[in-house]
Design a protein around this ligand. Structure first.
Ligand code: ZN
Ligand code: ZN
Length: 460
């Protein structure tokens, strides 16, 4: 037989294939990680149970319980219905459950379905609500769409969030069929359904929408801002290099007190309409303010909660495509993701600012004026930004020295004036006379007072 007539058959490759390790539970993809509409951990458990065709109770009692180390075993978990909200939060319950679920699904991103990353920053009080809240219109929309998943967004659990930003409707907190309030996770939980009467929670005739008083214009503006800033916060959680530490709260307050009121805590507190000692305690890091308070402060300062705490800590990492379509994101956030960066023009403007240094500005204000987040400016022009910032710090230092010198001089004059009028030159009396009454917080000014009194023999 001729060699050319022989056919070569495919040979077997006997090399061993590398088989990735198998997960005990399905590696179900969470919805919307890295977006404002990220899924909640309790909602994920309901979906995971549904994917395995079991109830959450069965999933937890048969699979998870033996790995949960603490006293709250399965049966207890469902008895503590209102506490199941803690699973989305910042405490050990959330941490234990995330650890177990991550090891059983071999996923490493489930912590972003809770607020664990923010555990060092926010106190538990009034952070998340103890009962479920939902938008029936969102459920209805996801139900009738072929490619959308019905799930429970984390943002619905925030106590401060009362609205659905996308449908301009108040979130519902009572089943329209059995009139009960629903725990975040129950034995028969299923996204979009009541775990008690098992009825659908999307739009039905049973909802008493018309009974509700319409929200005021101010309430709508406030809620839209709250949703936008909380959305930004949870969307950026996966981009943070590490969980934030408690110290950054005090640092943030010090930074903003310096920036807005030149280090005057009392003036800063007055501006925000908050007692001075509270602001001082936050500045010293002795107490953490609740999220509701932070929201009000940030709203007044017109800065997002994320920027308030992180400044340059957040990595600009928007290149990851969101798991949910863009049209489900808030308008403003979508715009932010798509913003185009005009490099040449920005560089020119930054250079101009650096040269025209009559009144240097802090980088936060520069960023606001140029219309880009500060971290983007730092990423593109680190040296220019650092130079502008250094110029501002130098200017602030010099202004402080000038201000103190002026105060010392005024104090000296005031002491002399009181002496000739036969009045004791007390700190309170002089404060009333001065242009800047708060100036005695500087030790240099207090020393000047002592020296002036000493000169006229009132102090040893
Ligand atoms: Zn909605
Ligand atoms: Zn019901």
């Amino acid at each position: 037989m001729l060699a050319s007539a022989l056919e070569t058959y495919e040979s077997w490759d006997l090399k061993k294939l590398s088989i990735p390790s198998r997960s005990r539970l399905y590696q179900l993809q969470p919805v919307g990680i890295g977006t404002p509409l990220v899924e909640s951990l309790t909602g994920y458990i309901s979906r995971l149970a549904e994917a395995h065709c079991v109830t959450p109770k069965a999933l937890i009692s048969r699979e998870l319980v033996s790995f949960i180390p603490k006293t709250y075993k399965t049966t207890n978990l469902f008895e503590m219905r209102s506490l199941t909200g803690a699973l989305n939060g910042i405490g050990t319950m959330a941490l234990d459950l995330v650890t177990v679920l991550e090891s059983l699904t071999l996923r490493s991103d489930l912590r972003f379905l809770s607020l664990l990353t923010w555990a060092g920053i926010f106190p538990q009080r009034r952070l998340l609500r103890a009962r479920r809240a939902w938008c029936p219109y969102c459920y209805e929309e996801w139900y009738s769409s072929k490619d959308k998943v019905i799930y429970e967004p984390l943002i619905w659990f925030f106590e401060a969030v009362k609205f659905c930003h996308w449908h301009n409707q108040s979130l519902c907190q009572q089943c329209p069929h059995c009139q009960r309030q629903l725990p975040p996770l129950a034995s028969y939980s299923r996204p979009g359904y009541c775990p008690y009467c098992l009825e659908w929670l999307g739009v039905t005739d049973n909802y008493p929408f018309s009974d509700k008083a319409l929200p005021s214009k101010e309430e709508i503006i406030w809620q839209k801002w709250v949703i936008k800033t909380i959305g930004e916060l949870i969307a950026n959680t996966p981009h943070l290099p590490k969980p934030l530490q408690r110290e950054i709260v005090a640092q943030a307050f010090c930074r903003y007190v310096n920036q807005f009121t030149e280090g005057n805590t009392a003036a800063f507190a007055r501006m925000l309409d908050i007692p001075k000692n509270k602001v001082w305690m936050w500045q010293m890091g002795k107490v953490l303010p609740e999220l509701n308070v932070i929201l009000k402060i940030c709203f007044t300062l017109q800065v997002s909660v994320l920027d308030f705490f992180t400044q340059e800590t957040v990595k600009e990492n928007y290149s990851q495509s969101p798991a949910i379509p863009q049209n489900q994101l808030g308008d403003s956030i979508t715009k932010k993701l798509e913003v185009k960066f005009d490099s040449d023009r920005t560089q020119q403007l930054l250079e101009d600012l650096l040269q025209n240094n009559q009144q240097p500005l802090p980088m936060t204000v520069v960023a606001k004026r140029l219309g880009y987040p500060k971290r983007i400016l730092y990423r593109h022009f680190p040296e220019l930004c650092r130079a502008i910032s250094a110029q501002y710090v130098k200017y602030m230092k010099e202004s402080r020295i000038k201000r103190i010198e002026q105060c010392c001089e005024e104090v000296k004059q005031a002491v002399k004036q009181f002496y000739t009028e036969g009045i004791y030159p007390s700190e309170a009396a002089i404060s009333r006379l001065l242009a800047k009454p708060g100036c005695f917080r500087d030790k240099e000014v207090r020393n000047a007072l002592r020296a002036a009194r000493r000169e006229i023999g009132l102090e040893p």
